[in-house]
Design a binder for this molecule. Structure first.
Ligand SMILES: Cc1ncc(COP(=O)(O)O)c(C=O)c1O
Ligand SMILES: N[C@@H](CCCC[NH3+])C(=O)O
Length: 433
């Protein structure tokens, strides 16, 4: 009925998440508020885990891309589910460390890691630093020498794949700020440099072709290209790399008509490609890592707002203004992202209106969506935007000095706050006179 399994409508005609009435949650926790269903997150982890085991027989790991939603509670949950963790900054690493996330299952990414970040990664002994470029490689080797440690690395490679998704979330093509290109020879140059470095242990390669992708072919194609490069490395250096990280990017259902690929089907088809390509190229099947972010947490979250004004502009449009906006969800302004929205206290009623949902920031582009079908709407109604579990809280800002909402997690119908709502005191916390 809805884009996520954790959502339903109760006897009062109210939207529920994880069995809890969202209107009640809005009253208890205030709005705007992010609400997430723990069971749905754990179910996604389990499906990924089962399917990687099924197709790679224990020779695979799912690492959750924490940029999608990072806080202590999710890092702990991911650890409990036996997944690895992708971090992309010292802040994400620090969050993981604060819940004692096993360092060997952490992948440290970033196209411009600072010395402070590289040192932190070495100090915590993260399992893999995903090196983006030659400058970083040289700095890391020097830092590792100074710390008397050996850095386990992978190289971020641009496989030259053009995934069909928004320009801002495509990362596999040659014109990308991320990683080393194959075509120019810089990737091979980096591999050869790493092989000669005393404190670098090159374990494998990494690629990530983009985000919110619905087709399987680009992932298969990327796997072929990466394995082709592994074979080339073997031919030129004699080194057979033992690990391949194929990144994340699996699309989710934001609108009822979206039809994302099932994880199991993705895993089956990509694993077939991996195995046949390895046979063709005379390689052993490497240990495979994948890094989903959005698909683990996205469908598990919603955002609840209170409707303020409803402004009808005859013949033009109706603006429904809510008490949040681009500060808690900048995705419309960044990618014209589409969401399903509804009036939580009238969820059982048909959608009879088509409106523009506006935020409260001093910015005309501060919209959550245009041409959105919703129920009859009036000031004081609770508006729910669905599938906001990924890249909403993690991309939120304090623009206009608006406090960030709380994140509430539902488990066994119990609601607990996992990130507190910011207070006004938090807003001025770092100000000095
Ligand atoms: C390196 C890397 N891995 C994994 C991800 C997770 O992608 P997604 O949330 O689309 O699964 C991203 C983000 O696009 C990324 O940059
Ligand atoms: N933040 C983006 C995706 C980028 C993923 C990180 N490489 C989104 O909301 O869709």
């Amino acid at each position: 009925m809805f884009v996520s399994d954790c959502l339903n409508v109760n006897e009062l005609g109210h939207l529920t998440i994880g069995g809890r009435d969202t209107v009640e949650l809005a009253q208890t926790f205030g709005t705007p508020v992010y609400v997430m269903d723990e069971q749905q997150i754990r179910k996604s982890c389990e499906s990924y885990r089962e399917s990687i085991n099924k197709y790679y027989g224990g020779q695979g790991l799912v690492a959750y891309a924490s940029k999608a939603f990072c806080c202590k509670a999710i890092c702990k949950m991911i650890d409990e589910e036996g997944l690895g963790l992708d971090v992309v900054s010292i802040g994400e690493l620090y969050t993981a460390q604060s819940v004692n996330f096993p360092p060997e299952k952490i992948f440290f990414h970033g196209n411009n890691k600072t010395v402070q970040e590289l040192l932190a990664a070495l100090e915590y002994e993260v399992g893999h630093i995903v090196v983006d470029n030659l400058t970083e490689l040289e700095i890391l080797n020097q830092l590792a020498i100074s710390q008397n440690k050996k850095a386990n690395i992978m190289f971020r490679i641009k496989p030259g794949i053009d995934a069909h998704t928004h320009d801002f979330v495509r990362t596999g093509q040659i014109d990308s700020k991320f990683g080393l290109a194959l075509e120019t020879g810089e990737a091979m140059q980096a591999v050869k440099a790493a092989v000669g470095m005393s404190h670098i242990n090159l374990k494998g390669l990494h690629c990530h072709i983009g985000s919110q992708i619905f087709d399987i072919e680009p992932f298969q194609h990327a796997a072929q290209v990466m394995l082709g490069f592994m074979a080339e490395i073997k031919a030129q250096t004699g080194l057979e790399l033992s690990e391949l990280n194929l990144g994340g990017g699996f699309g989710i259902k934001y609108l009822p008509e979206h039809d994302p690929v099932e994880y199991d089907r993705y895993m089956m088809l990509v694993s077939q490609t991996v195995k046949t390509t390895c046979q063709e190229k005379g390689l052993k099947t490497p240990f495979i890592i994948i890094e989903p972010g959005r698909s683990i947490v996205g469908p598990a979250g919603i955002t609840l707002y209170t409707v303020g004004s409803v402004k009808e502009i005859p013949g033009i449009r109706t603006y429904v203004s809510v008490d949040g906006g681009m500060g808690d969800n900048p995705r419309y302004i960044l990618y014209q992202s589409e969401y399903e929205a509804l009036i939580a206290n009238k969820a059982g009623q048909p959608k009879t209106r088509t409106v523009t949902i506006a935020g409260k920031c001093c910015e005309s582009g501060d919209l959550l969506g245009e041409n959105m079908p919703i129920q009859e709407v009036a000031p004081g109604d609770i508006l729910a935007v669905l599938a906001t579990g990924a890249y909403n809280y993690s991309m939120s800002s304090n623009y206009n000095r608006i406090s960030k909402p709380a994140v509430v997690m539902i488990k066994d119908q119990q609601a607990r706050t996992v990130v507190k709502r910011e207070t006004l005191e938090d807003i001025v916390r770092n100000d000095l006179l």
